[in-house]
Design a protein around this ligand. Sequence first.
Ligand SMILES: Nc1nc2c(ncn2[C@@H]2O[C@H](COP(=O)(O)OP(=O)(O)OP(=O)(O)O)[C@@H](O)[C@H]2O)c(=O)[nH]1
Ligand SMILES: [Mg+2]
Length: 324
Amino acid sequence: MGAMSARPNPEAAARQAENTAPHRAGFACFVGRPNAGKSTLTNALVGQKVAITSNRPQTTRHTVRGIVHRPDAQLILVDTPGLHKPRTLLGERLNDVVRTTWAEVDVIGFCLPADQKLGPGDKYIVKELAGIKKTPKIAIITKSDLVESKQLAEQLLAVSRLGEELGFEWAEIIPVSAVKDDQVGLLADLIAPLLPESPPLYPEGDLTDEPEMVMVAELIREAALEGVRDELPHSIAVVVEEMLPREDRPADKPLLDIHANVYIERPSQKGIIIGPKGKRLKDVGTKSRKHIEALLGTPVFLDLHVKVAKDWQRDPKQLRKLGF
Ligand SMILES: Nc1nc2c(ncn2[C@@H]2O[C@H](COP(=O)(O)OP(=O)(O)OP(=O)(O)O)[C@@H](O)[C@H]2O)c(=O)[nH]1
Ligand SMILES: [Mg+2]
């Protein structure tokens, strides 16, 4: 028998002649336990802060899209809330968001921190991922800068074995450090060929599709999270009520008035957020204002108020009001 001859494909031949691969575009989501480094990695790939981060678990509360533009591909990264055992209605809603997201994307990136033992929480997530047969899955060992190479090798092996145990093979397994910018570019190189052939889905230069008011609220929440302990981080929610250019300002000296409410769950938390003589709240305002001004490119007057939304994490009505 002679060799099988491929049908002529003029398009492919032309491409080969020019040596250009088809342009690809699509969605890749990052999933993993809270605090695994998903948002930090998203920001590192995009090259700009599109998602807030903190050392408190469950920082991210909605999906955030970060867009990476390359000549050969457009990667739309979908950062998701950490998947966890829910203790509140909010927690359940967040987990639902993650499950909806991973069912819709072209590539799933499972994030596992290098410095944490692969635990029941991770296994629970990977087991669910194993059920999504059609989607290629990449295991990403995050925070590689925190461990020695021996520990890193063990983690790579552990995650590879977990895939085997659950009856699937990772499309790739890669260690990265978002903080040290180690292998972040390589991760993008690995995701790109897994995306479908497509023209770009977002205009050149768009880095996210987050509305400005949401980003502003998130930057305030990020500043408010810093230094608070125990249950308080979970209790904080921020809503921007209004953003208006101040009237009667000369054109070369604009000022944007931003009014935002910082919600907590109980009156007893008010004192902690505000701090002695209002110092903490003032610091939150100063710190977040700098980030907001950088984001919007205009001077800002930030007016923050602390309000109690009683037990909002468990109350469907309050959750709706706060945008969940
Ligand atoms: N050393 C080191 N720390 C990192 C790295 N990536 C993230 N972190 C830290 O890990 C903590 C959690 O990072 P996030 O990106 O907010 O984690 P997340 O997975 O988005 O967390 P949730 O939104 O709560 O699910 C922060 O304190 C980060 O600074 C890394 O590559 N190296
Ligand atoms: Mg996050």
